[in-house]
Design a protein around this ligand. Structure first.
Ligand code: GLC
Ligand code: CA
Length: 549
């Protein structure tokens, strides 16, 4: 693979509502982020992925944009944004913007005009169908029909997500031109990296026909007809050729459900993106990505999922590695289950994914080892998808208790609780009650305490980041191939990173018991405290790990 500037990046994802509130209204904002840039600099990351900060009525926390050229008031002003970019640049930190282009908000000017007049050219910016009934039985991703009736008219409009998120009609060349303008506006402001929200949804199956239901509601999920459809890459390529390609931008596609045999067009030499997020490893605990269809998984399932992902992606290009984001539960709770407060286990888990081949992404709070926040009733959830998951679980015949349990395990609110800076009230995030309840009012897990403790998860992340970025082994850790290794021990995940002139073996112990491994290398180069080599064997203690040369 040809070398690219973005292969050396380490990306930190910020959920602006929940990072730092600078004006004490309970909502995180841009100035809050600027205030905390030194924390990020010290952590060692090189790029911030900002979840959407554009003007939005916040039906889906900013993933419903009503003006692509403006900043949402609760986050600040364009001047605050420019200040953030400038201050970040001064610390060698780049900014990645989140582009939500599959849909707009229902409060976008285009949609308002489309609704107001059925002969408006803006109708062609969206997907409308005439009729007195829902045009088909597709279920939207946040529940209910994909179609919402137009008031006072026998017509419906289409939405893959919530009804406040009408899908844009990418088949219309005029709409596409508007999109290129939006992207180039941000490129002209100096933004070099973009995360492409739900981008594989922009093409729909043109028949718009009903299909066999897959649930008790008589509907079938839109992901079968409105995601990864034939021809979607051509639409993305048109966009990319007019924008990112011209400027050598870094791009990461959110492409859930994309099968590996299609990766060439996405991330191959002539691919449309630099990298894409692979959700197969993220959803290894679920069937059909459905929260109430859970697998009683073993470590082997997790191992297979990440190895398969690495092997498949390596054939074509570069990966975007993550274990958390704003739509996922905390990895500690999801993968370590009962051991989600075990500091050794949290560090070991960090190492497993961080040293894989690809660009590592860290989601805010992951570097502290934050865990899920268990909610007791449906009223405690804010997230639109969590509320739907609860309703659907009941509809499918699960008990109230089961419905809450499934939702807790996967709720997007888990990752969205405000970041804990200190152990003060509201975690030093804000002086007032935050928009979303914190797991603890006086958080035990917080950045201040961890900064002062050399043994903390935070300090471990710093060391791990520095090791990838600056150590003698940098070249192989970044550019080396991924090679899967097997171990006789069921509780071990092992792999190798290899370049022509060297290789590193990595071993991770997912159990409390001490384990021994036959090894080839001689020297431990990075490891948990109790890892040692004795008589040619590697010995790892409780949740220990080692990189060996
Ligand atoms: C993506 C975002 C998610 C959002 C959805 C609709 O999956 O990550 O947060 O709800 O798209 O825009
Ligand atoms: Ca604020």
């Amino acid at each position: 693979m040809k070398k690219h500037w973005w292969q050396e990046e380490i990306v930190y994802q910020i959920y602006p509502r929940s990072f730092k509130d600078s004006n004490d209204d309970g909502i995180g904002d841009l100035r809050g982020i600027t205030e905390r840039l030194d924390y990020l600099k010290d952590l060692g990351i090189t790029m911030i992925w900002l979840c959407p900060i554009y003007k939005s009525p916040m039906a889906d926390n900013g993933y419903d944009i009503s003006d692509y050229f403006a900043i949402n008031e609760e986050f600040g002003t364009m001047a605050d944004f420019d200040e953030l970019v400038k201050e970040a640049k001064g610390r060698n930190i780049k900014i990645m913007m989140d582009l939500v282009l599959n849909h707009s908000s229902n409060e976008h000017e285009w949609f308002k005009k489309a609704l107001a007049d059925k002969n408006s050219p803006y109708r062609e910016y969206y997907i409308f169908r005439k009729g007195t009934r829902e045009p088909n039985n597709w279920r939207s991703i946040f529940g209910g029909s994909c179609w919402t009736k137009v008031d006072g008219e026998d017509a419906y409009y289409f939405h893959s997500f919530a009804k406040e998120q009408p899908d844009l009609n990418w088949e219309n060349p005029k709409l596409r031109e508007e999109i290129y303008k939006i992207v180039n506006f941000w490129i002209d402001k100096g933004i070099t990296a973009f995360r492409m929200d739900a981008i594989n949804h922009i093409k729909k199956n043109p028949t718009y026909q009903s299909a066999n239901p897959d649930g008790a509601d008589g509907r079938v999920s839109v992901i079968n007809f409105g995601r990864n459809q034939d021809g979607v890459e051509e639409l993305i390529k048109k966009l990319s050729d007019k924008t990112f390609k011209v400027h050598d931008s870094m791009t990461v596609g959110e492409t859930a459900g994309l099968s590996y045999d299609k990766y060439k067009n996405y991330i191959g030499d002539d691919g449309v993106f630099s990298m894409v997020f692979d959700f197969i490893p993220a959803n290894f605990d679920l069937i059909e990505e459905t929260w109430f269809k859970r697998i009683d998984w073993e470590l082997e399932d997790f191992r297979k999922a990440i190895f398969n992902s690495q092997n498949s992606i390596q054939k074509y290009g570069w990966s975007a590695n993550f274990i958390e984001n704003h739509d996922q539960p905390r990895a500690t709770s999801k993968i370590l289950r009962g051991n989600d407060e075990n500091i050794k286990a949290i560090k070991m888990l960090a190492g497993v994914y961080f040293f894989l081949r690809g660009t590592p992404y860290i989601y805010q709070g992951q570097e502290l080892g934050m865990k899920n926040f268990v909610r007791k009733t449906v009223a405690d959830f804010q997230d639109i998808q969590s509320i739907d998951s609860y309703k659907r679980s009941l509809e499918e015949g699960f008990s109230e208790e089961e419905a809450i349990a499934f939702t807790n395990l996967r709720s997007r609110d888990n990752a969205r609780v405000p970041f804990a800076w200190t152990s003060e009230k509201y975690g030093g995030f804000s002086k007032v009650k935050p928009w979303l309840a914190m797991a603890y009012e006086n958080p035990k897990v917080n950045a201040k305490d961890q900064a002062d403790n050399p043994d903390s998860v935070l300090n471990f992340y710093k060391k791990m980041i520095a090791f990838r970025k600056n150590s003698l082994y940098k070249e192989v850790l970044i550019y080396g191939d991924f090679i899967e290794k097997t171990s006789k021990n069921k509780e071990i995940i092992a792999y190798q990173r290899r370049l022509e002139d060297g290789e590193i073996d990595l071993y991770f112990n997912f159990s409390k018991a001490r384990v021994e491994e036959e090894i080839q290398g001689k020297e431990i180069i990075f490891a948990s405290d109790d890892a040692k080599i004795e008589d040619g064997k590697l010995s790892l203690g409780e949740f220990g790990f080692a990189l060996i040369k």
